[in-house]
Design a protein around this ligand. Structure first.
Ligand code: DQA
Length: 145
């Protein structure tokens, strides 16, 4: 079974971008940690990042009908994108939402998530470790472990 790990805008700058908020690990570090956890659970990973809303929507469509699960950190699109919510609502598998920072401790515009209306679980404020925890949980949801 497969897990799509989708990352939204500015996450390509992880490690360089506001490290006091997002830490020093890069997205490549996150990807290799996720691959480790997934391979221990016998799961395949498709790991992507895009700064473009439509590209993220295309990847959610790609995940349809594949029996996959989606772990998504939509970045700022979390708080703005009805289109990503609609795409996730057209996806039948499990969805987990990850935020590196604790969005609830930050500006009020980060407190609302469109994606949370669809997500089966949400992790926020666990740093980049949140991705590994989400992959572990997804392994359980997909029945791989
Ligand atoms: C984020 C939180 C969002 O509010 C922000 O726009 C991001 C990253 C996080 O991982 O903490 O880009 O999703």
């Amino acid at each position: 079974k497969k897990i799509y790990i989708l990352n939204g805008p500015n996450l390509n700058l992880l490690g360089k971008r506001q490290p006091e908020i997002y830490g020093h690990e890069t997205l490549a570090d996150v990807e290799s940690a996720c691959r480790q956890v997934a391979s221990d659970a016998g799961l395949e990973i498709a790991f992507h990042q895009s700064n473009h809303e439509g590209a993220i929507i295309d990847l959610i469509h790609e995940a349809r009908d594949s029996g996959a699960g989606i772990v998504i950190n939509p970045g700022a699109f979390t708080h703005t994108s009805v289109a990503i919510l609609d795409a996730l609502n057209a996806f039948e598998g499990p969805v987990l939402e990850v935020h590196i920072s604790n969005v609830h401790k930050r500006e009020s515009f980060r407190h609302h998530s469109y994606v949370s209306l669809r997500a089966d679980g949400v992790i926020a404020g666990f740093g980049t470790q949140g991705y590994q925890l989400a992959v572990q949980r997804m392994a359980r949801l997909l029945g791989g472990q």
